[in-house]
Design a protein around this ligand. Structure first.
Ligand SMILES: Cc1cc2nc3c(=O)[nH]c(=O)nc-3n(C[C@H](O)[C@H](O)[C@H](O)COP(=O)(O)O)c2cc1C
Length: 424
């Protein structure tokens, strides 16, 4: 089976959408085995705009007068059993360079006017080649919180091109999240759904269950939009332009803190406001996040009294957020320090679990809430209580509890592998 991938993102392999396309291909390969794949990265190809001269219909039938890479693309389209169009949504349609490629398919048609079965609109041209049995997949990400309602232009184009219902789509909102390592737990989960969809597609069609999973939002709308707005490092009432025309930006550390604050779940508000102070020791920056009833707010002037203060190099905290270091191990190894109320740390996932929306909907939530920090604290609690009652038996009981911790930890770890998310 021959598969052609037309990657229409100007970012080439670094494209968000391409991550989905690669996952889809992985699913196909695992299921179908013997597949041959060719890729056209439009951004690296020389494909000029159509001149509109119709010479491919009269002077040199089937051949364009422009000598560039499009001749090879047409060969590849004829070679492929399945063509996957992979691109970002630009102004509610395809990026310009990809539109050039689409226009330049004109030599593949005959000039005659012909009504085709199931055709949309009024008018069509027959194909110059036998294209029966060929299949089309359209994969795209967009920047808004949902794909819903944003792909009418794209669907209209492919309805005319392939016929309605004659192509398969995967459209995903919040596309920029695919490049945020701190959210890889959420995006990897989505990518595994796309992989599953690829396997099902090649076996006959994407199942309803997978369709349902693919239509889920990566993050809740308000969380995503707050994160997206914070990612620019510009206050909402500002244009981001300094006096001399240069970009006027907040530091990366403040941007990171604002994004972290955006993940706060106000439904976890414990009945009183909490002030979390983040002190980044390597860059000497300190910010306070007020976790309130109606959401979070970042203070840069240190005007609040902190309930919990975390002293950490920004590099360490970023690694923890990205799931490269476990939060509890980092603390044990002294990579960062916590001062003040420790409760916030114990319930971190409740407060900042916005990056793991699925945990709210499934039984995974109970697993999610049991942080390893609780396990670490058990021997100490037993020691304080038991030794206070009676020294010798108390110490013996504490040693026995310590000995049991690896067992408890092992059980806990086994349960937690069910949640793929990076966590505290
Ligand atoms: C010029 C331009 C136009 C865009 N237009 C839209 C749009 O109309 N709707 C939308 O939701 N996102 C829009 N976006 C966001 C992209 O679709 C989004 O960032 C996408 O994930 C990029 O995918 P890629 O990395 O595969 O190129 C636009 C981005 C750019 C640069």
């Amino acid at each position: 089976m021959n598969i052609l991938v037309i990657n229409g993102s100007p970012k080439g392999e670094k494209s968000n959408t391409y991550q989905l396309t690669s996952a889809f291909l992985k699913g196909i390969k695992e299921e179908a085995g013997d597949v041959h794949i060719r890729e056209c990265a439009v951004c690296r190809m020389d494909i000029k705009p159509c001149l509109g001269c119709f010479s491919c219909w009269d002077r040199t039938p089937g051949k364009c007068c422009i000598e560039d890479d499009m001749a090879q693309v047409i060969q590849d389209l004829l070679w492929a059993d399945i063509t996957i169009w992979s691109f970002p949504l630009y102004y509610f349609t395809v990026p310009g360079a990809l539109k050039n490629l689409i226009d330049r398919q004109l030599p593949m048609n005959l000039p005659f006017m012909e009504e085709q079965e199931g055709q949309v609109g009024n008018g069509g041209h027959p194909s110059r080649y036998d294209m029966s049995g060929k299949r089309t997949v359209v994969i795209s990400t967009c920047g808004f919180y949902t794909a819903e309602g944003n792909y009418d232009g794209v669907c209209s184009l492919f309805d005319h091109h392939c016929g309605p219902g004659n192509y398969t789509t995967i459209f995903c909102g919040q596309g920029e999240l695919f490049r945020v390592p701190e959210l890889s737990a959420v995006t990897n989960d989505y990518l595994s759904c796309v992989e599953q969809a690829g396997a099902e597609y090649i076996e006959g069609g994407i199942s309803e269950k997978s369709r349902e999973r693919l239509s889920q939002l990566l993050l809740p709308r308000d969380t995503f939009e707050a994160c997206a707005d914070a990612s620019w490092g510009i206050a909402k009432d500002d244009t981001g332009t300094g006096e001399n025309g240069d970009a006027k930006k907040e530091s990366d550390t403040l941007k990171f803190t604002r994004q972290m604050a955006a993940l706060y779940r106000k439904t976890s508000w414990p009945g009183k406001d909490i002030v979390l102070e983040m002190c980044y020791t390597d860059v000497e920056e300190c910010y306070q996040i007020l976790l309130g009833k109606d959401g979070s707010h970042v203070y840069t002037d240190g005007s609040l009294t902190a309930d919990t203060r975390i002293e950490t190099p920004i590099t360490v905290w970023r690694s923890i957020a990205a799931g490269e270091i476990r939060g509890d191990f980092g603390l044990m190894q002294g990579l960062y320090r916590v001062k003040g109320d420790f409760n916030l740390m114990l319930q971190w996932d409740d407060y900042f679990g916005g990056s793991h929306p699925k945990a709210e909907q499934t039984e995974e939530k109970t697993v999610w809430k049991n942080t390893d920090m609780n396990i670490m604290l058990i021997p100490w609690i037993v020691f304080w209580v038991a030794a206070a009652i009676s020294k010798q038996p108390g110490c013996l009981i504490s040693v026995a509890v310590c000995a049991m911790i690896p067992l408890v930890y092992y059980r806990h770890k086994k349960q937690c592998t069910m949640c793929s998310a990076a966590r505290w």
